[in-house]
Design a protein around this ligand. Sequence first.
Ligand SMILES: [Zn+2]
Length: 352
Amino acid sequence: MFHLILTVCLAGSSEDCAPILLPQAEAGTRAECEARAGRIAESWLKGRSGLVGAGSECLPTGELTALPLQQVAPGVHVYIGDPVQMEESADGRIANLGVVIGEASVAVIDTGVSRAQGQELFAAIRRLTDLPVSHVILTHMHPDHALGTSVFKEAGAEILGHAAMPMALDIRARGYLDSITRLYPPAEVIGTEITLPDRTVADRDSIDLGGRSLSLRAEGTAHTDNDLTVFDEATATLFTGDLVFRELAPVIDGSLTGWLQWLEVAPRPVPQVIVPGHGAVTDSWAEAIGPQTEFLTALRDATREAIAAGAPMSDAVPQVTKSLQDMEDTWNSFPETAARDATAAYKELEWE
Ligand SMILES: [Zn+2]
């Protein structure tokens, strides 16, 4: 297959440029791709007044930059992000992303931090199959998971998320885009946009990829208020999104007690492969959630203790963080994240 790459620069700068893959021009031959190029490039640039085109070309799949994917079960491929916080990463590619290939189409689970990462995921899929990408499932609104969606939307995919996800992402949109612009070079960020779900899941739903179905489940407030899990029936692979952190210190942006409740209930059917939001894939549920459960439980108990002793938040947060210090070796980006989590825990638990 051939793919249209449009070079796009920030208006007023010929140096801050990035390649934008426009999937609508995808074609079996270079000539067909080139025949579509002008119209598709023009229509993409129209309405994006901050960007200007600087030439385009049609490239075969093998020449596209692609994310490295690992097959973790038949037809299930995963990009393993670098398990550190966004601030410590050179490009924000910290989250795990998934691809499930059916007989008729492909589903993507999370799209990464930027248009650039989404495009490289698209290219990685094209190295595996020419089937259409029919669905994108976003596990929650966080920027490291949900900002690479636009390229898949342009490829015709339906975008799914938790019922609370559109509002959660929409109100944080400006902040997320500002923060990736501040943290990463323009070539990583140019073209990145917020893409909201087309279809939301309030409880359960399923999607059919042809001979293969994925079950989606909207969870209660835990890591965030819009966590969604995805289960591949064919291989019993569970994509937990950030309900499971490994290696990277867990971040609370929803409810500590809700998250601990979620962890108490073992998933049914029993997953054979667990893909966490961050860190390594595993086949053991106990291994997947063990360190995280220990951390969140200790955080809850230390915070309750500080509140019961009458400590104001300004004293409680450093106290609680210090009490968790012996877990530091288990987690990346620990002290900063633990302090943020202690603040979130205090605000939640002081009303108990
Ligand atoms: Zn998250």
